[in-house]
Design a protein around this ligand. Structure first.
Ligand SMILES: Nc1ncnc2c1ncn2[C@@H]1O[C@H](COP(=O)(O)OP(=O)(O)OP(=O)(O)O)[C@@H](O)[C@H]1O
Ligand SMILES: [Mg+2]
Length: 482
């Protein structure tokens, strides 16, 4: 689906709520239009033109009255549409806003409660609702002013017809039957005019909806499938090589998030990545699975530029456990197996064991069939993180990225997770992002990030000796013992 293919840079731009309105309400608008228009579009003009011809054929003089009212009504309808259209995009925007707020509220209901902000959120919701009510009533009010006006003009036309016709009938120079017919034609013409104007109004609205849908559809999809670069084998400097990588998020600060980052990581190495919050650790690892594209420089995996690799192949090799654990509604089994198509029971249990999740899962009555609530509400933070790690492991990746994935796990369990990862000797390369400097003791080497730049790389002793950022982190976390 298109929304899936949106580059992440772009999906940040459309709020989820807005995407939902676009996918439901806007699509329905366009659908209604296409279905409704077929009949009317042919019928209305034919009826109108037919009636005019008949009226003129019956009596030219009387038809003049009829023809005089038509432009007046047409003009009124035109003004109506002209004024009404801008309202519609406002109505749609207001609807968007209501959806955005509602979605946020529902997704964050716990935070809202915990902070006692129900009233505030309610007010925000009512505010958005009021805005929606206001714009909708405003557009309806506009309609309600114009419709009686049009009725008035039409009726005055009929009165004129009756008046002149009646006089002529009294003078015996006109037949009552003809008069009735004329009045009927008059009504018929005006009905078709109103129908046409309705079509135009709906068309205007549909245009807004269609434009909103097109806005989503027109975004260049994120590159998929075949890589964008020709494949070439470069000198094998290691499993993972970052070379002069710079990166900035679209429309974010002028200062790039990553600047000229270069490092290499050997096969089977555990590379710790540490640095103050906001130093670009998560951005760095997301580049490796191509959730975002580098702005400058290149990233190589097994000596191949990752832009030259097929995305699916890349992601089979590299598994990322994101910083925010996200579980889907379903059983734990489904959540773990989600990580690899076609993985069986054995692989699942093995992955769960390595991630130190097997034991706590078995403590549930239903074991692996325990239902995970929406977003994993019935699991603790650390349990969620371990299920997420198991999900990444089940696909047997060559490179495993743990982005602060053990932050909610106690030190002992964290150590066992690492041992679990090492024990099979498959030589998985691990990028281990963490805030805690102690976690890093188990890494072969540590990459220190600061402000999007590499501040140092090496083992603990070396960094203590020559990397001030590392020393500062160590001092702040370990207290006076250092
Ligand atoms: N989706 C995004 N859009 C725009 N800017 C972003 C986005 N994500 C992160 N940033 C910015 O990029 C910078 C680096 O963020 P990043 O998440 O990589 O830091 P981090 O080192 O992982 O921090 P933490 O330790 O808190 O997880 C920050 O200044 C942040 O404001
Ligand atoms: Mg992060």
């Amino acid at each position: 689906m298109k929304v899936q293919a949106l580059p992440l840079q772009e999906s940040n731009r459309f709020e989820t709520g807005s995407l939902i309105t676009r996918m439901t309400n806007d699509v329905t608008q366009v659908q209604n239009f296409v279905m409704g228009i077929m009949r009317i579009f042919v019928k209305a003009p034919l009826l109108g033109i037919g009636s005019v011809i008949m009226a003129v054929w019956l009596d030219r003089g009387m038809a003049a009255i009829l023809l005089a009212t038509v432009p007046v009504v047409a003009l009124l309808l035109y003004v109506n549409i002209r004024l009404g259209t801008p309202y519609f995009s406002r109505v749609q925007k207001a609807l968007d806003k209501v959806n955005v707020i509602l979605r946020e509220f529902l997704a964050g209901v716990r935070v809202v409660k915990a902070f006692n902000r129900s009233d505030y959120e309610e007010e925000r919701f009512f505010g958005a609702n009021r805005e929606l009510t206001r714009t909708t009533t405003a557009s309806m009010r506009l309609l309600s002013v114009f419709l009686p006006f049009i009725g008035l003009v039409v009726n005055m036309g009929i009165v004129l017809l009756l008046w002149f016709g009646g006089n002529r009938i009294l003078q015996q120079d006109f037949q009552p039957g003809k008069l009735i017919a004329l009045v009927n034609y008059m009504v018929q013409i005006l009905i078709s005019l109103v129908m046409i104007s309705n079509i135009i109004a709906v068309l205007a609205r549909t245009k807004t909806s269609a434009a909103r849908i097109a806005e989503v559809l027109e975004v260049e999809p994120a590159p998929t499938g075949k890589g964008t670069l020709p494949e070439e084998k470069l000198p094998d400097l290691g499993k993972i090589v970052f070379e002069g990588v710079s990166f900035s998020y679209d429309g974010a600060l002028e200062e790039p998030v990553l600047q000229d980052v270069s490092f290499a990581c050997r096969e089977g190495e555990i590379l710790g990545i540490i640095g103050p919050t906001g130093s670009g650790k998560s951005s760095l690892v997301q580049l490796l699975v191509r959730l975002y594209e580098v702005s400058q420089g290149s990233i190589r995996l097994d000596g191949k530029d990752i832009r030259a690799m097929e995305e699916t192949a890349l992601r089979r090799k590299v598994a990322l456990v994101p910083q925010k654990s996200l579980l889907f509604t379903g059983t734990i089994r489904e959540n773990i197996l989600w990580g690899a198509e076609g993985a069986g029971e054995e692989e699942m249990v093995e992955a769960a064991r390595k991630a130190q999740a097997h034991e706590f899962i078995l403590q549930y009555k239903d074991g692996y069939d325990t239902l995970v609530g929406q977003g994993g509400v019935n699991l603790s933070g650390g349990q969620k993180q371990r299920v997420c790690i198991a999900r990444a492991l089940v696909g047997k990746p060559e490179v495993l990225i743990l982005d602060d994935s053990t932050s909610a796990v106690d030190g002992g369990t964290e150590g066992r997770v690492l041992e679990g990862l090492l024990e099979d000797g498959r030589g998985t390369t691990i990028l281990w992002v963490a805030q805690n400097i102690r976690t890093m003791d188990r890494a072969h080497r540590i990459l220190v990030m600061e402000d999007g730049k590499v501040a140092g790389m090496g083992d603990r002793e070396m960094l203590m000796a020559c990397c001030p950022v590392y020393r500062e982190l160590a001092r702040s976390q370990m207290g006076r013992r250092l």
